[in-house]
Design a protein around this ligand. Structure first.
Ligand code: COA
Length: 155
């Protein structure tokens, strides 16, 4: 069943960080999920890079993309752990959809909207680290595979 037409996109509010954390912690294994404090850091430093997907009828958050900026040419632990306001590369840390709403095109529309918004900004590129099995998902959205990341994220 497709629901993606009933979904709207907007930057999240501070009061929705707890809900984003719930989605994040249910979406990733414990060693990969961001903590609540990390999500708050990202929201506080780069709120315009924290885009939510909402059920239009209830304004209920069902997924999000969150990023920060770096001036580093590559994604490293350092470049991903702090927001550099003058950076031109958007590091996407998480693309996460509530399990109840997956495989209905929500992430496809969410990332498409995120990329559209970032292209309107002053950014040069959007970078992320993907699991192998999601490379086709990102390539389908216009991302190009650069190579294997040196970052060990999770086990
Ligand atoms: C990855 C994730 C964001 C996808 O969200 P979604 O809303 O279900 O994605 P979509 O419905 O837009 O999927 C579009 C296509 O991407 C591919 N895809 C989506 N999830 C996939 C998965 N788990 N494995 C392989 N391909 C997948 C499929 O080709 C899918 O099309 P199909 O449903 O017609 O087969 C979601 O599964 C999630 O939140 N996972 C946990 C967090 C995570 O791992 N995020 C990615 C970090 S790299």
């Amino acid at each position: 069943m497709a629901i993606s037409n009933d979904v709207i996109f907007r930057t999240i509010n501070a009061s929705e960080i707890d809900r984003a954390f719930q989605i994040e912690s249910h979406g990733y294994p414990p060693d990969e999920a961001a903590t609540l404090d990390i999500l708050k850091y990202r929201y506080n430093h780069a709120p315009s890079l924290f885009l939510g997907a909402y059920l239009s009828a209830s304004d209920y958050l069902i997924g999000f993309v969150v990023g920060t900026l770096t001036s580093s040419p590559s994604l490293t632990h350092e470049s991903m752990s702090q927001h550099e306001a003058n950076g031109k590369t958007v590091c996407v840390h998480s693309v996460c959809v509530d399990k109840l709403f997956r495989r209905r095109g929500v992430a496809t529309r969410l990332v498409t909207e995120y990329v559209r918004r970032m292209k309107e900004g002053r950014y040069e590129r959007i970078a992320l680290i993907s699991h192998d099995y999601l490379i086709p998902f990102y390539e389908n959205l216009g991302f190009k595979l650069i190579g294997e990341s040196k970052i060990q994220h999770g086990e």
